[in-house]
Design a protein around this ligand. Sequence first.
Ligand SMILES: [Zn+2]
Length: 378
Amino acid sequence: MEKRMVDYFISLVKIDSESKDELEMAERMKDDLVAMGAEVIFDDAHARTKGKIGNLIARFPGKIDKEPLLLSAHLDTVKPGKGVKPIIKDRKINSDGTTILGSDDKSGIVEIVEAIRRLQEQQFKYAPLEVLLTISEEIGLLGSKNLDYSLLKARRGYTLDSHKVGSVTIQAPALNVIEIKVLGKEAHSGASPEKGINAIQVASEAISKLKLGRIDDETTANIGKISGGVANNIIPNVVTLSGEVRSHNEDKLQKITNEIIKTFEKTAKKYQIKIESKVFEAKVDAKVSKDFPAIIIDSNSEIVKIALNAAKNIGIESEIEIGGGGSDSNIFYSHGLNMPILGTGMRDVHSLSENISIEDLENGTRWVMEIIKEYSKK
Ligand SMILES: [Zn+2]
C-alpha cells in the first residue's frame, strides 16, 4: 500500500500543473476518481480565471446516510514547476533542485485519494464524500473565489494544504490590499522649484508616520512596493505604492486600513502651494481590495474534534494552529463552509528544496482515513 501511494505521488508530481495550466492534472484526477466510483464534474470557474479547466468536484456516494464530508486540495503548483524530476533518498522525496517538488499540494491530493482507496478495499461503510480539487490557488485563490458553490452539498470538511501532519489550522487572518497614488505637482527642480509639489516627499513623510510590522497579536501591516519619479531635475508629480494589512479581527483590519489611508490624506493636506492666486495641493487616491476574509472556527466544534480524535486514535501528535496566511479555506469560510486546514507533511514549499518524507505521506493518509472513519461514526 505504501509503495502504491509513493508511486502515485511520484506520478502526480511529474505532471506539469503550474497555475492556469491544470488541464492535464485535472484530467488525470478525473480518470482516477471515476475509476474509484466517483461522479466527477467540473465547474466553469476557468471562464472567469482565464485558465484551461474549472474546479473538479468528485462525489462518492455514501454507504451510510449523512451530509457529505468535503475534502479539498488544489491542483496547481507554483513556478518553476515544469518537468519535475522527483528523487527518493533516505525515505525523503525531493526534486532534482531545478524545480519545486509540488508536494504543495499533491501530497494533499494523494492523501485524500489513497485514504479513500484503502477504505474501499476495507469495504468500510463511509459517509458520502465530496472531493474538491481547485485550480489556481497559488495565484490568489482564484479557483475557490470563482467556484460554483451550488455544486457542493457538504457544509464542512478539511482543506489539506499545510505543513505538519497533525496540525489543524482553525484561524487565519483576513487580508486587505491597499494601493495608494500620491499626486503632487510637476516642475523643474532647478528653474522653478516653488511651482512643484514633491510626491516622493509627501509619500515618504506619510510612510514615516505609519506603524508597520506587527501591530498587535492579531494584526500586521506592510508597505511592500513603491515607485515614482522620472528624472533628477524634475519634481515628481506621482508616487504609487502598495501594501497590505492582515488581521484575525475584521474590525481591526478595517481600522488599521483606514488609519493608513488617513495618514496619507492628512499628510497630503500639508503640502499646499499658491501660484498666482491658484492653490495647489497634494492629493491621495487610495484603493482597498479585500483579498480574503478571516477564518474563525470554534476549537470545540465537531469538525475540529474529529480531526484531533482521529490523530489521537492512530498515535499522531496533533496541534491546533492559528495561521498567518490565506488559503482556499478563507474563501470557503465566507461561503459558509467550515474547513479547518490540515497539515500533509509538505516542507520548504515554494522553494527548490521543497520535500516530503514517505513517513509523513503515510501518516497523512492514515490520518485522513481515520478522519473519514470518525466522521462516518456519528
Ligand atoms: Zn498550497
